[in-house]
Each structure stands twice: as C-alpha cells, then as structure tokens.
Design a protein around this ligand. Sequence first.
Ligand SMILES: [Zn+2]
Ligand SMILES: [Zn+2]
Length: 358
Amino acid sequence: MGTTIQAQFQVFEETGKPFQFKNKEFQTTLGPGEAMVKIILSTICGSDINTIEGKRKEDIPCILGHEAVGEIIAINSREGFSLGDRVTWTIADSCGKCPACTEYGLPEKCYELFKYGHGSIHNGSGLNGCYASHIHIRKGTHMVKVPNSVSDKAAAPANCALATMVNAVSQTKAIPKKAVVQGGGLLGVYACGLLKEAGVSQIFCLEVNENRFQLIEDFGAIPVDAKDGQKAVQFILDRTGDGVDAVFEVAGIKELISQGLALLRPGGDYILVGLVHPDSEMGITAEQIIRKCIRIKGVHNYAPWHLDESIAFLERNIGRFPFDELVRPPFKLNEIQEAVHEAQKQKWMRVSVKPYKT
Ligand SMILES: [Zn+2]
Ligand SMILES: [Zn+2]
C-alpha cells in the first residue's frame, strides 16, 4: 500500500552538532499491520537529553523523540483502527515470536527489538522518531486509541514515562499501605498519582527541588525535602514506624540506595527504575538484603498492557490530577534546539514540541 507524504524532521547527527532540519518527500509502502501517523505533539524525555549530551549512544544519524501522540493518516490491515484515530504507541516494536515475547512476558526485551527514537535514519523508511511531522508505525507495535477527554499534553508522555511507572507500580507483591518515591520528577509524580489511585494511604516523595513540591502534593503525596538525607529518613520513619512496604527509585542517584533500604520495612519491595546508567554501583551488601528479607526488582520500559493501563489511568483521573501542568506549551519543530535548552533547565517536567506544518 503506497503512501506519499511531505515530511519535516530533525536529524540528530552527533553530540555538539546542531540538529539538521529536513523537509523531504517520502514514498512509503505500508506493509500489513503498519500505519503512518502524523505527530500532533511530542515531549522531550530525559533519555534524549542524555543522548544529546553524549551520555548514551544511539544509532546515528537518527530522529530522536519517542514520547508522542498522533493521528493515523494511512493504515494497512490493522483491526480496530482507522484513518483519523488519535493514538499513542509502544516505544518498542517486538517480534511476538522469540522467548522474551512469548515465554518471559517481556516483549520490551524482544530479541528483534526496535525502539522508536533510537533507530538509525537508514533503518526502514527512516521515519523512526517523534521530532518529526510523521512516524512510520511497524506491525509489532501496540497502538492505543486516546480518548477525547485526554488532552495532547496529558497523552504525549504516556508511552514512555507513564507506562514505565505503571509497570513499576505493578511490581509490588501486594498493594502497599505505605510507600516512598525517591525523586519527584515526571516519573516520581506519576508514581505518586498511580499509588494514590491504588489506595495507598501514606505516600512520601523525596525531592531536593522545592519548586516541585506543589505538584507532588497535587498528585497525592507528601513532599519530603531530601537535601538533608538523614532528616528526611527520620521524618518518614517517625510517621511509619518500622518503614514502608515499597520504595520506588526514580532519581537515578546511586547514593540513594542505602537510604531506600533504611526506609523499607522487613520483607518490603524495592523497585529500581531510575538507575539505568553505568554509574550505578549500589554500595550495599548481600547481607543487608538477606537480613531484611527484601526483594529488589528492576524495571526497564514496559509491555503493551502497561500502555493500555496508562491511557485508562489518564482517562479515569483527568480531572483529579493536573496532568496538563506537567508539560510546557509547545515549541515548534524548527525550534528543537531551543526546546532542548529549555528541557535542560529542568524547569518543566516535560518540554513539548509540535510540528509546525502537518
Ligand atoms: Zn523516554
Ligand atoms: Zn520478540
């Protein structure tokens, strides 16, 4: 099924080099199950900032950007979807056949994994990322329709940050009564909202940036100033007795691991999400884990069902939590450099980008 589009996109070539803006005609053949999606709004994830700053390596040149919401403008044999549908999609394209897909329940670890916003411009049609007017959705990618009540701003970060936290929060043995979230960035506030909705009665969110405290409260948690770690631990232990049932690490700071252990009650769950980088030597002993009988679980990305649940969570809670306030009003696609600078300042949980011509 042939489709011709005029696409605009920003190419990332290497650290230190400005993005290259391109405007090019694409003649693409959509195979069965594939779709061409017009990007409505994308958001800049922290992992893209790391790539831009040279802290992680991607297949370059590439179109970065993996968090977005879009509209289907062409589709070939995909049941349940039609032209004009407003959708989001899994960051991962999986084969559906390998052991990770069929036996381990981890399609995000597929042996044939392809990740949007992480693939070379020479892979497939090249329209693989979200800092663009269009993206080519592959057949092993799970798509989800976004209800009208869920705004573009609320929907855009769902397919990375929110779905990852839906996965993380689903990993505890039982719904905790008391929980700690280490880090009050976007992952952290999503964790707070998810735990609140699940009925967790005491949620503490450790954060050093006081400007984030109001949002943390708005998402149902008690913000705890983490600048003085000792004091913060005491504050939480004073209110929880022997500690909390679950700790969620989303700050990406290795020194916080021993703090998390101190906050866990015996037999608690420690869910690690943020420390997904090489500088993550934990500095704890096996004895500490054994004597406290705790369980440590790593979470990296998510599976299709977590994205379904993310969109359902947004729909159920759109009036309850201020999702729109997490995202800055959009930059235009040709202003990607300014958008990245704004994201680096960390004033907003997310900076958004809108293709100026679609
Ligand atoms: Zn991301
Ligand atoms: Zn697979």
